[in-house]
Design a protein around this ligand. Sequence first.
Ligand code: SF4
Length: 332
Amino acid sequence: MSSTEDPGGESGAGGSRGAWILERRPDLSAQRRALPVDRPQGWIEEWEPDATGSPQRFLTVFLTNRECPWRCLMCDLWRHTTLDPVPSGAIPQQIRVARASVSGPYGLKLYNAGSFFDPGAIPVEDHPEIARILRDCRRVVVECHPRLVGPRVTAFARRLAPGALEVAMGLETANPEVLAKLNKGMTVADFVAAAGFLRDAGIGVRAFILVKPPYLDAAAALDWAVRSAQVAFESGADVVSLIPTRGGPGVLDDLARLGDFSEPTLDLFEAAVEGALSLRMGRVFADLWDLQRFGGGRTDFPARKSRLAAMNAGQRVLPRPTREAAAGHPAF
Ligand code: SF4
């Protein structure tokens, strides 16, 4: 087997597939070693409607911590993680730094390029202090692999304001064969079980779904994006976030050369968002970060991005912009 072939094989960090994924990574050890652990990677302010449709301000903080133990094929978040666990106290300090930049947001999203409830990433002994910092937040969103959902999550939820916690989990796709090939280390049933556990505990659920993961052509990708949103909502998710699969150096570029991956077009992404919103089963958000890579050269791109942003805010499908309206749309 040449090193550019897709090995198939067993899933997980230690399996042949995990090794194949690791082999394709550039060596970023030096810059990862130099990451300061007393500051987050960054933070942004965002608005999104709550369950009643009322717009709410969020501070999204990208925490600096150790790499996730899974090796998902499409994931490049490891690039911004440390090689070793961060010391106790570092994560609360990072949150303080970000919170000092804004006053009184409605909610916080703490994204740590892995799982908040991975004790190797966020020291468990820091949970009480993190909860103390967040005690006035009406919504706290953290991300977690479904296999790490359990009593540690409910214990943390009890430290926050009642009903404040929401856990974001990557379903990625409900297509079982593709999910296995993504090396996510879980099945659709694992996601459903984790979502059910969270719902029963009164904890909110947000699902991340990839639009056009590898191994699906455009038609199948659209179908599976909408079906995956339906599975997530039926499992108890309140929110589905649709993420266009972004290529990059490493495995995805190799799969592109093998004909097993291409990024979604803007049209396909829009159709997936329209399809998921049309289910009317919960809130649907289109991930607009770096959207220009999927159509930034088009003259109508600003109007189309604005439409998706308006659909995020209003939670309904809006008409696609006409050519005339798109031409008159201010650039941004
Ligand atoms: S579980 Fe999430 S953070 Fe970890 S490798 Fe997979 S996609 Fe990346």
